[in-house]
Every structure is written in C-alpha cells, then in structure tokens.
Design a protein around this ligand. Structure first.
Ligand SMILES: C[S@@+](CC[C@H](N)C(=O)[O-])C[C@H]1O[C@@H](n2cnc3c(N)ncnc32)[C@H](O)[C@@H]1O
Length: 210
C-alpha cells in the first residue's frame, strides 16, 4: 500500500464523502488519553488526530509510524512539536521498545490487514505495551442487521476498490478486528458507534489474568 498519491487530498476526500463523521469517530474517546505519557500511533496518516492529541495532552511523547512519506509530510505540516517522533516505516517489521507504551492508537488502520495478519501484529505490539495500556481503535464496521448490513458491505467494498486503485491496497474486506483483539488478550471497555454503527470507536485494555 502506498498512500503518497492521495495524501495531499486525504482530508478533502474524507470531508466530501463522510463530512465530519470520521473525525468525530476518531476523536470521541480522545479525552481518555489526556494523562497518557507514551503513545504509539499506528498509520496515523495526515496527522489530524495527532494535532488534536497534542492540544489535549501537554506532556506525552509520541511515536508515529506510517508507511507513506506523503502522509508523514502532511502530518509534519500540522505539528513541529519535539514530542513527536515520526517513523517512516512498516509497523509490521519495526523493532519497538519493550513494555513502553501506555496508549496505542489505530484509527482506520486495522482495515489494511486480514484477520490473521492483524492477530500477529496485535500480539507483537502487545509486547511493547505496558500492562495498563489503553488501546484506542476506530474503524468501519458491518452492522448485524439488514438493511444496514448490506449497505455497509457495499460501502466498504466500494471504499476498498477506491483504495486498491489509488494505493494498491491488497486487502478486500474488513478484518474481524474485535475477534483479533480478543484473541490477543484484550477486552473491550468502551464503545461508541456513529453513522448507524457503520463507524465504530472502541477502547480496549489487557484482559486481567486470574
Ligand atoms: C486508511 S489510512 C488511515 C489514516 C488515518 N489513521 C485516519 O484515521 O484516517 C491507513 C494509513 O496507514 C498507513 N499504513 C498502512 N499499512 C501500514 C503499515 N504496515 N505500517 C505503517 N503504516 C501503514 C498508510 O500509509 C495510511 O497512512
């Protein structure tokens, strides 16, 4: 996947298609990150979430990983904070510090993987998370009942086709990210849905082992 071509227009394309729905979804649980101190941002794209986070939290340091130089360029245009470390790197092969992060954020990022790849990635990221780490995950979702299920299926297929044509994304359908997170030992603590549950944002914590 290479988002360089769409990076300069990413915000505009999003506004034209979804208005402010994606931004509301991304930032809904942002206040839960106010006191976090070391944040891992996964595929943050053009840095709008990062800019909001920096306004809210005056002390945290952030490692932001993205495959796309174009997206990182956009993100750098939104912040010059020395608290942010940008990594132009594939997160699946990145060497991360052990038990370092107290928050991990993935907004519209898990949809770039299939369920099996995602489970492997989450298990590996878990090694870099503190035991009390908070995971903030936002993404598209397929509601359980018709006609929304059909609408969401058609919408996500269309979006995957657009991303395939513009970025070369290979993935064609949403992974079962809730299943991948649960299987990796994470428990859902908060959930908020938008756009009739076609968009969802969730907080997860490490499941306590008794
Ligand atoms: C659909 S965009 C989402 C961007 C942003 N998080 C948002 O909320 O809109 C996915 C982002 O993840 C990045 N990405 C995809 N696969 C990646 C990987 N393996 N490692 C790091 N970044 C990746 C892409 O370059 C892109 O910026």
């Amino acid at each position: 996947m290479n988002c360089d071509r769409i990076a300069p227009y990413y915000k505009l394309l999003e506004s034209l298609t979804f208005g402010n729905c994606l931004e509301r979804t991304r930032t809904h649980f942002l206040p839960h990150l106010q006191t976090k101190q070391r944040i891992l941002l996964l595929g943050d794209g053009d840095g709008r979430f990062l800019a909001q986070f920096l306004l809210l939290n005056p002390t945290a340091t952030i490692d932001s990983y993205d495959l796309s130089a174009g997206m990182i360029h956009q993100a750098k245009s939104r912040t010059t904070s020395p608290r942010v470390h940008f990594h132009h790197q594939d997160i699946t092969t990145a060497v991360l510090p052990h038990q370092a992060y107290d928050a991990i954020v993935a907004n519209f990022f898990f949809d770039c993987f299939d369920t099996s790849q995602l489970t492997t990635l989450i298990l590996s990221l878990k090694q870099s998370a503190q035991p009390a780490c908070l995971w903030l995950i936002s993404d598209f979702a397929i509601p359980a009942t018709q006609p929304l299920k059909l609408m969401a299926t058609l919408l996500t297929r269309f979006l995957y086709l657009c991303f395939a044509l513009t970025t070369g994304l290979k993935q064609r359908q949403l992974p079962k990210y809730h299943q991948a997170l649960q299987k990796s030992g994470l428990s859902l603590t908060h959930r908020e849905d938008f756009l009739s549950a076609i968009l969802t944002t969730r907080l997860y914590r490490h499941t306590l082992e008794l």
